[in-house]
Structure formats: structure tokens, C-alpha cells
Design a protein around this ligand. Structure first.
Ligand code: SF4
Length: 435
């Protein structure tokens, strides 16, 4: 966290802070990130302006500028500068920005910031753009000034409607920008994540809603809001694991597709977009290109022996959220916290087992349901981890003793009967244990 705060604060983060201080903290301090359709569209809009191109005129000091003013002015007016993706910082402001495009206008520089979508309705937003975009652009203008250039206004370019909205750097906007910059720095240094917004229309469009959990967090914080918890709609994950089992198989990458070959012949393919993780049994060779692409998509690779023993796991780099990691270690070292969490996990597991039996059993299971309900209550009040382990084991035995009642009997299907009695493995001795 200290490193992040010592750095110059990016103008993009000031935009996030103006949108929601908690979003800023999650991204800037805790380094959390998730894409949604808006962020992906934004990245698409920036694909051209993100390639650095062109130079700014020299303006290393005000004196130099005065001396060369005439030359520069002539040059600027002549060549109309179009520099793309220019990074400027200022130690005095403690800020940095990558400016999408810089244009010139009568010897003054104009930062142009690309945004997806269309400009807001002038009747509702007379400034022509929302505050987060205004302060981000204004900070870019201030950084140009700090680096010796004149800049009185900027442009927000809305890609969907191809509209340029001119934003004047008024005294009022500059004061608001500097005040927010100061506040953002203070929040980052506080070490305390700001609370979520309450029933805000911003949350459903926020890409970090699945990490922030605004309504759920507010409910647990017992805010005075009467707003009901809105349903969280997680991104649909249609991915599936890919299992590769066979001596000498090779996995390579062909565009967006994994190709599994043996003796030079492709025997199976899997589209990367549909792969949740890759399980390699035995001596399966994986190309460096395929490995890099799989972990770049946050999927893991599980290496197993030919008989299914776990050998190693290749994972993407771990999360940079140090605060979360610290809290997890702290919780793990506190017996009372461990017991509190473990009770909730085991009680939840027993509740799920009971629900599955209640919904799917094809034979009477009332007695088992009563026993599972009683075990769930005991799990919620268990006085020690040892007691909890015992309750969990008893509940698992109860569940698996009735497990086969959830399958069709021989008379209903031509498939082999499930004669499950207990858990066994390596090798599994019945079809259910082989699942
Ligand atoms: S979900 Fe809402 S409260 Fe949470 S970070 Fe996003 S905008 Fe802020």
C-alpha cells in the first residue's frame, strides 16, 4: 500500500474517486480489477490512441519557453501537433496522466480524452460531461501547465456519437479537481476502505460490483437504508475443464484454439474461451505459448500423475490485494474467528446436503432430513473445532447413506445400477465414487 501511495496518483484514479471512493480504494490501494462490458468497450475505444505517436514541443522551463516562444508558436501553428498517448507527471501535484491525444490551438495545448458512449443530456448535465470525466480532464490540463505549456480547455471525445465536448478549465473546476486529488490521497493513506454507496444506480454498472458487494456489505453494516438487497447478477461462466489423459499427447495453440495432438495428428480441440482449467494426466506435453495463454486468462493448469495423483499446479500470479491477505492470515491465527467461520461453512454444507436430498430423493428420507436439520443446529453452536469435525463427519455419513436414493433404480433406466454405500477411492470401487 505504501508504494502505491508514494507514487504519483494517476488521473484515471481521480476519475474513479469522483465516481465512488470505494471503487478508487479497491482499484488503487487493493489492486482489484474485473472487466465488464463497459470496461471492455472502453479498452476497445482506446485501442488507437493508446499507441504513442508524435512529440510535444520543448518546454522544459518557463525561461526556455519565453526565449523560444516565437519559434515554437510558429512551429505549432504550422504543424498542428497531434501527439497520442503522452504521459506527463508532476511531483508538485503528486499526479500523473496518460493523455489520449494532445492537439494545439493558437499555441496552447488541448488535452483530448476519449470516452465510450455518448455525452449526457445538456438539460440534465449542463457542464456537458459527468464530474469524474471533468476532473480527470482538468487534471490533464493542470499537468500540461505544470510541464510548462498553456492549456485553457480540453475536449472529451465521445466515441459512440463522435461528439467533441469542450470543457473550460475554470477556477471552480480547478479548485474541485485539486480538492478531490487531496481527498483521494488522504483516503489512500488512511488504510480504511470507504463504505459502499447506498442503493446507488452507479453500482449495477460498476465492474467491481461482484468484489465490492455493496448491498450485502451495507446490510451487514446495518446502515439505516431501507433499500432491499438488489439481486447480484454474476457474469455467466460457460467454461468447462479440459482433461487430457494419454501418454505422449501434445497440446499446442492454434489461434484461439487448443489443439491436442498425438503422433502429429490433431485428435481433439478446445476453444480457449470455453476452458475453465486444464488437467494433464501423465506425460502430456504443453507448449509455452499454450501455457502463457491459459494463465493469462486466469485459468489454472493441474498436473497429475497418470493415476490421478496431484503433482503440481500452475496458476496465474496471485492477487495483489495485500490488505485482504493480511486479514486472512490474521483471521487464521485467531481461534475464535476460525471457529466462527468454520461453524458457518459446515452448517452451510449440511444445509445444502439436506436441500439436495429433500428435492431429489425418490424414496422416503424424512428421518434423514430430521437428523440433518439437528446436525446443522449443532454445527451452528459447536464449542470447538474438534466437535465441529465430528458433526461434519456424522452429517456426511447420513447424506451418503441416502445418496443412492437420488438416482433412478434399475427398472427406470438401462444404465448400470448405482450401488453406492460409502466413499472409497484409488481406485474407486463403484460408479458413484468414480464420478
Ligand atoms: S459497486 Fe457501488 S459502492 Fe461498490 S465500488 Fe462500485 S460503485 Fe462503489
Amino acid at each position: 500500500m505504501a508504494d502505491a501511495i508514494a507514487e504519483q496518483l494517476p488521473a484515471r484514479m481521480l476519475n474513479e474517486f469522483a465516481y465512488c471512493p470505494r471503487l478508487f480504494y479497491l482499484e488503487y490501494v487493493q489492486q482489484e480489477w474485473a472487466h465488464n462490458v463497459d470496461t471492455l468497450e472502453g479498452r476497445f475505444v482506446h485501442r488507437c490512441v493508446d499507441k504513442p505517436q508524435g512529440d510535444l514541443p520543448d518546454a522544459s522551463s518557463p525561461e526556455d519557453k519565453i526565449k523560444e516562444a516565437k519559434i515554437q508558436e510558429d512551429k505549432i501553428l504550422e504543424d498542428k501537433i497531434h501527439a497520442r498517448s503522452v504521459t506527463l507527471g508532476s511531483e508538485r501535484l503528486g499526479a500523473i496522466a496518460r493523455i489520449d491525444l494532445i492537439e494545439s490551438d493558437g499555441g496552447k495545448l488541448v488535452p483530448v480524452d476519449y470516452k465510450r458512449g455518448s455525452p449526457p443530456d445538456r438539460d440534465r448535465v449542463p457542464e456537458g460531461a459527468y464530474e469524474p470525466d471533468l476532473v480527470q480532464l482538468c487534471l490533464q490540463g493542470l499537468l500540461l501547465r505544470e510541464n510548462g505549456y498553456d492549456s485553457d480547455y480540453g475536449i472529451i471525445y465521445f466515441a459512440e456519437t463522435r461528439t467533441r465536448v469542450r470543457i473550460e478549465f475554470t477556477e471552480e473546476l480547478i479548485a474541485r479537481t485539486l480538492r478531490l486529488l487531496e481527498e483521494a490521497r488522504r483516503v489512500a493513506q488512511s488504510g480504511q476502505i470507504p463504505p459502499p454507496l447506498v442503493a446507488s444506480p452507479k453500482c449495477p454498472r460498476c465492474s467491481l460490483v461482484g468484489i465490492c458487494l455493496p448491498d450485502e456489505t451495507n446490510l451487514l453494516r446495518e446502515t439505516e437504508s431501507e433499500a432491499p438487497v438488489r439481486r447480484l447478477v454474476p457474469a455467466r461462466d460457460d467454461k468447462l475443464p479440459v482433461y487430457v489423459q494419454g501418454h505422449g499427447h501434445q497440446i499446442g495453440l492454434n489461434g484461439e484454439v487448443l489443439e491436442i495432438r498425438t503422433k502429429g495428428e490433431v485428435i481433439a480441440t478446445a476453444r480457449l474461451i470455453e476452458v475453465s482449467h486444464l488437467c494433464l494426466f501423465g506425460n502430456v506435453q504443453l507448449s509455452a505459448q499454450a501455457l502463457r495463454e491459459i494463465v493469462a486468462r486466469d485459468a489454472i493448469i493441474i498436473h497429475l500423475s497418470y493415476g490421478g495423483w496431484l503433482v503440481a499446479v500452475t496458476t496465474p500470479p496471485p492477487s495483489k490485494n495485500i490488505e485482504l491477505r493480511r486479514r486472512q492470515f490474521q483471521a487464521a491465527s485467531e481461534d475464535e474467528t476460525c471457529l466462527h467461520l468454520a461453524r458457518a461453512f459446515v452448517a452451510g454444507k449440511i444445509r445444502n446436503s439436506r436441500t439436495l436430498l429433500r428435492r431429489n430423493a425418490r424414496a422416503p428420507v424424512e428421518a434423514a432430513l430430521h437428523r440433518l436439520a439437528a446436525l446443522r443446529r449443532r454445527a451452528e453452536t459447536a464449542g470447538s473445532l474438534a466437535t465441529l469435525l465430528g458433526v461434519e463427519g456424522t452429517a456426511a455419513r447420513e447424506y451418503f447413506a441416502n445418496f443412492s436414493k437420488m438416482f433412478r433404480s434399475d427398472g427406470e433406466t438401462s444404465a448400470p445400477a448405482f450401488d453406492f454405500e460409502s466413499r472409497n477411492r484409488r481406485p474407486p470401487r463403484d460408479p458413484i465414487n468414480a464420478l
